[in-house]
Design a protein around this ligand. Structure first.
Ligand SMILES: Nc1ncnc2c1ncn2[C@@H]1O[C@H](COP(=O)(O)OP(=O)(O)OP(=O)(O)O)[C@@H](O)[C@H]1O
Length: 359
């Protein structure tokens, strides 16, 4: 599918490699009546760059501030403080009427699809083209092209209620792509879908990114979604980005407890509290959990330990491969003379992240 010709007005062209730049951005909601005003800091001092052509995941638990962060990008919520440039355009401090030029380059899809129930599939996809003033024959050709791209040509005359969840979301994607945005915001776009349908929608999003070169910001609370398609990811907690980096790095070396919990929700290589209890009952030696990955020579340390009489038992763990790198974690029981075991623990701590399971 080709990009539709649209006036560009210079946005998204001279912004270098960075499509969205947050600099110390905060968003505070003030709620309640005058006497009992309450402030909620939904986004708290976020600095972040989203690069051209990437799929950028934003993950966090409910209330972390993900939706608000993304709604700032297209000005659905105004920024309280800081600087936010989108396609080289400063969004912070703009009036609603000034945002139209930047919004025309941004598409959005939603968890609940937000389709017009009274319009057909084709009518839904056509809607933004009508609003943008496209003539009828061009609209028709564009809608056909978009429906083909998302694999729904046969469904053009159906109404949303006749479609499955995955098909509805594909209509949402086609509609969001209609006017050839440079940036697609996907807010929990697969959260209402079963795992199989989720994969189907993620594959379409991946094609949107790879084949059309559209940058995607993907909000989710599922690390599986991040693992499937995100190039980089930001982990949010209490309005702050507590960690961000390439998806591979976050999986291989999560630095915060929140990131670690998200990673272990997918990999299951780290024992949870109940499993730790069971391990503790079954093993009497020192129990350590170590992160493993390419280039981390855990075997070498254990062999050295063995030469001093330290024995190890693998009690728990798992190793996965993502984008050709292996990562995961192993839980060892170490037994032997105290000082020698301590040397092994020290050496493992030096080469990787090690957590000890309390005796
Ligand atoms: N319009 C609003 N008015 C007042 N408070 C709001 C508003 N929108 C969001 N908040 C608050 O801001 C915080 C962040 O909410 P946000 O919806 O951005 O989080 P989230 O990570 O997207 O959560 P979820 O996954 O549940 O949607 C929450 O405490 C929320 O209650």
């Amino acid at each position: 599918m080709t990009a539709a010709s649209e006036p560009d007005r210079g946005l998204f062209r001279d912004d270098g490699d960075v499509v969205v730049r947050f600099e110390d951005v905060s968003k505070t909601f003030v709620t309640g009546p005058a006497k009992a005003r309450r402030e909620v800091v939904a986004v708290d001092g976020v600095s972040l760059e989203i690069r051209r052509g990437e799929i950028f995941g934003v993950i966090g638990y409910s209330g972390a501030g993900k939706s608000t962060l993304v709604r700032l990008i297209n000005g659905l919520e105004p920024v309280t403080s800081g600087s936010l440039t989108v396609g080289g355009f400063e969004v912070a401090g703009r009036r609603e009427t000034e945002l139209a030029p930047v919004r025309q380059h941004i598409g959005m899809i939603f968890q609940q699809f937000n389709l017009f129930t009274s319009r057909t599939v084709a009518g839904n996809v056509e809607y933004p083209l009508k609003r943008a003033g496209w003539p009828k024959d061009k609209r028709r050709a564009r809608v056909a092209e978009l429906l083909e791209f998302v694999g729904l040509s046969e469904r053009a005359g159906n109404y949303p209620e006749q479609l499955s969840g995955g098909q509805k979301q594909r209509v949402g994607i086609a509609r969001a792509l209609a006017t050839s945005p440079k940036l697609l915001l996907a807010d929990e776009s697969t959260s209402a879908l079963d795992p199989e349908t989720t994969q189907e929608v993620l594959q379409v999003l991946q094609r949107v990114n790879r084949e059309l070169g559209i940058t995607i910001v993907l909000i989710t609370h599922e690390m599986d979604v991040v693992r499937a398609i995100a190039d980089r990811v930001a982990v949010m907690q209490n309005g702050k980005v507590v960690e961000h980096g390439s998806t591979v790095d976050i999986f291989a070396r999560p630095r915060t407890e929140t990131a670690r919990r998200f990673v272990s929700s997918v990999l299951h290589s780290v024992p949870d509290a109940r499993e730790v209890e069971r391990l503790r009952r079954a093993h009497r030696g020192r129990l350590v959990i170590v992160d493993v990955g390419d280039g981390v020579d855990i075997g070498g340390v254990l062999s050295d330990g063995a030469s001093r009489g330290v024995r190890f038992t693998i009690a728990y763990g798992g190793i996965s491969v993502l984008q050709e790198q292996s990562f995961g974690s192993l839980t060892f029981e170490l037994t032997g003379e105290d000082a020698a075991v301590q040397d092994v623990v020290d050496e493992l701590s030096r080469i990787t992240t090690l957590r000890e399971v309390a005796a």
